[in-house]
Design a binder for this molecule. Structure first.
Ligand SMILES: *Cc1c(COP(=O)(O)O)cnc(C)c1O
Length: 383
């Protein structure tokens, strides 16, 4: 018992230090927010990598059909959904844990595996901010290795920051925000180099958009990699970002402990029904993949023609920066481009919160949205 650990009077001084110092997740701006701020009738959001085709009609019908079941708790363990996902992926059900978005799986992995004040979590810098946010919130040291200047992964430096207390190593592929996608062989090599107590978590939120998945994902071969887990989500390809549904494919023993500790009803009855319908709707997924591939190609080409540097991407977004303006154009910073697009009703994602002030990320929209975005960007960059 020491005096300095006695609780002060109930006030913010009572908060855990990790909470007092917490800087929250920075989300893409919402359509309503921008519509109000600029008094616009129409706002296009290309900021959060949502599905450009919206919600599948089959999913909408399933949600309506299950609306009357909203008074029920979901069945413990979401068994139907887990079976359907496992079947769809060709993995054992016992490996699959579903969550309230893959965000919940990320959070739970850290809470289940990393000991506060003892262990650490490693990732790249920049990377998806949830890895660092949830680590710090849990009182777990977060170590981030800077990416190479071309946004590829410096594996040696990554492995060098791991030690006997590294609980988790997060790698995102395709990477967000750059779009970089390393060959699966590099992830295999990484798995073999990490310390024995460390789980490699490969966040494949955007893998569904990659043309040759066998060459880039370890998912089909997880049985040979006892220290690897893969995360996927229904938020992007499946168009269910607002319903919150993601999952991890994990070593069986870990999946068991995740189920024991996950809040019992975090995947609700409508998310479950929607997920099952989304898995059935191959037509919608094929359409989405096609629309994204075409839109991405169109955007990359058009942005390069406007003098922008565009990173290669296999995903449903592009990271780019307005470089020196072409003939007649004036140089415009990423910040200014972002703000002028906003005033005109197009929301893209500035990357300041990722430490990339010169860059922005744009999600592939539908044909009309892509054309509008390019038209406005041309106006802003070239007057
Ligand atoms: C969008 C995204 C996710 C998915 O998050 P959900 O919680 O499933 O919506 C996970 N990881 C990365 C890198 C993402 O960009």
């Amino acid at each position: 018992m020491s005096i300095d650990t006695a609780r002060p009077a109930l006030s913010p001084a009572c908060l855990k230090p990790e909470v007092r110092d917490f800087s929250p997740y920075v989300a893409g701006m919402s359509i309503d927010e921008i519509r109000e701020r600029y008094g616009l009738a129409q706002v296009v959001k290309m900021a959060s990598n949502e599905n450009p085709l919206g919600t599948s009609p089959l999913v909408q019908r399933a949600i309506c059909e299950h609306a009357g079941l909203a008074f029920r708790y979901a069945q413990s363990g979401n068994p139907r959904l887990v079976r359907a996902i496992a079947e769809h992926l060709g993995v054992e059900s016992a490996r699959v844990v579903v969550g309230n978005g893959s965000d919940e799986i990320i959070d739970l992995l850290i809470r289940v595996l990393a000991r506060p004040g003892v262990d650490n979590v490693i990732a790249f810098k920049p990377s998806f901010s949830m890895y660092g946010l949830q680590s710090r919130l849990c009182g777990v040291e977060f170590r981030a290795t800077p990416l190479n200047a071309d946004f590829t992964f410096p594996w040696d430096a990554f492995v060098a920051q791991a030690d006997a207390h590294t609980a988790l190593a997060f790698v995102t592929t395709p990477d967000n925000p750059s779009g970089f996608t390393p060959p699966a062989a590099e992830l295999e090599a990484l798995a073999a180099r990490l310390p024995q107590g460390c789980l490699l978590v490969v966040d494949e939120a955007y893998m569904d958009f990659v043309a040759d998945q066998a060459a880039h994902s370890l998912l089909g071969r997880l049985a040979s990699f006892p220290n690897v887990a893969v995360l996927r989500t229904f938020s992007k390809l499946y168009g269910l970002a607002g319903l919150r549904l993601g999952y991890g494919v994990l070593p069986e023993w870990l999946a068991d402990y995740m189920w024991r500790t996950r809040p019992p009803f975090s995947v609700n009855v409508l998310a479950e029904a929607a997920g099952l319908a989304a898995l059935e709707d191959q037509v919608f997924r094929d359409e989405t993949v096609r629309a994204v591939a075409e839109g991405r190609q169109y955007l990359a080409h058009a942005l390069r023609n406007l003098g922008c540097e565009v990173l290669p991407s296999q995903s449903n977004f592009l990271m780019f920066r307005p470089v020196a303006a072409l003939d007649g154009g004036v140089p415009v910073s990423a910040r200014v481009l972002f703000e002028r697009l906003l005033e005109r009703g197009v929301i893209i994602r500035p990357l300041k919160s990722y430490g990339l002030e010169e860059w922005v990320r744009v999600s592939v929209g539908n044909e009309r949205e892509n054309a509008l975005f390019i038209e406005l960007t041309r106006e802003i960059l070239h007057g």
